[in-house]
Design a protein around this ligand. Sequence first.
Ligand code: SAH
Ligand code: SF4
Ligand code: F3S
Length: 482
Amino acid sequence: MHLYNDNPTLLDVPHQQMKEEQQGEVFFKNYPQQVEDPSGKHFYIESYGCQMNFSDSEIVASILAEVGFKPTRSLELADLILVNTCSIREKAEETVRKRLRVFDAMKRQRPGTLVGVLGCMAERLKSKFLEEERLVDLVVGPDAYRDLPKLVATAEDGDKGINVFLSREETYADISPLRLDSNGVSAFISIMRGCDNMCSFCVVPFTRGRERSRDAFSILAEAQELYERGYKEVTLLGQNVDSYKWTNPETENLVNFAHLLEMVALVAPDLRVRFSTSHPKDITNEVLHTIAKYPNICKYIHLPVQSGNSNVLERMNRTYDREWYMERIEAVRQIIPECAISSDIIAGFCGETEEEHQDTLSMIEFADYSMSYMFFYSERPGTLAARKYPDDITLEVKKRRLQEIINLQSQVSYGHNQRDIGKVFEVLIEGDSRKSDQDFCGRNTQNKMIVFPKVAGYKPGQYINVLVKAASSATLIGEAAI
Ligand code: SAH
Ligand code: SF4
Ligand code: F3S
């Protein structure tokens, strides 16, 4: 999952430009916007992994702020250091362990500082964490954040605080997230938690528990509040947003994802609505028609294919095949012709033959993805694949296949972007471009980043028409057309 802003995080660098070892192992430092006040107790939080984790860190921040902790960007000022962790690939866990070494050293110099591990790795390793990482004081799973104040108090008394209970109900619906590292223009709204799919490679169902959908009215209220505070874009988040389902207890009316999208789109015509992630098995024509109907629902779908081969998809337990996926792409093209589609791809899954790998390459061309997040398979303990299939593709072959996938996607993205030259797009200005404070950057509805020289009178949070003059595989370059 992906963060769309111009902050200096790795995540907004398209994968084809990233070094292989960086892929997917993205982290954010959550910087609060306010000027820091050194009095009182402070927490510092670092988040790794997907947008859900980032969004969860904002819930954690809100819970801690309620009990008097202030957010800080300075490790030196922190009384409580938190790491919101990811288990999706081995590399993600290694990155966190390295970071914990750094915090260990700090703790030795400043006894009394507490270190807590949150999120998916906390859930996967549970109390093993306390044995393996002796200097960790808190281990808190993704459904136990309400318990943080109590657990912190326990740790302050010198005991270890642990809660890794997974809930069937928790959605943190009533908690108003404290927006960290925000550009004041776009924000995430978590609409569901957990995942009931059992993709054989994936650790998420084990670390996040059962799927549950959040009260639709609390989602609407959050979108409304953000809009009133000047935000112009919300991204509805879930591991599988298309299976969103919430029944109004008063009317017994069922709200599905298409209804929810429509409700959020109606908050304001100039509030853009995005969503992630869609599962190819669940994305319905009803959802596609809703996207087509509202100009403020962005014409962009992240529709991870994982593999282009039906046998591999079966081993992955994705519950669709190549033909089904292609039909869904055709449906998107027919119902929303201007829609961009992106993907997640895994190279070298168990038993993948050279021919099966070729099917993934041909799928990239068929689907004409605007971009993809690409990984090589990393076996995760306890998953279906780890129990059922040997991880039999050598690292060398995995890396070579991944490189072929990256090279092809890079060409396809370049072609996709070249076709935008000469077009005018409405861009939501997010801020200064990364390279120059003379330029703005922002995205068009297809989620493509456009960089263009600043124009007097315009500021972040405003819409502006931009004519595209040039394009690389990652970015469009333009100038204002006003
Ligand atoms: N819910 C989303 C995916 C969340 S995980 C979906 O179903 O599309 C993000 C991506 O990480 C996945 O789409 C997959 O491409 C990748 N991934 C998950 N487990 C992996 C593993 N064991 N090895 C390599 N990549 C993996
Ligand atoms: Fe993992 Fe599959 Fe659920 Fe996505 S849908 S989180 S890949 S199990
Ligand atoms: Fe997200 Fe990583 Fe957990 S991708 S759900 S933080 S395992």
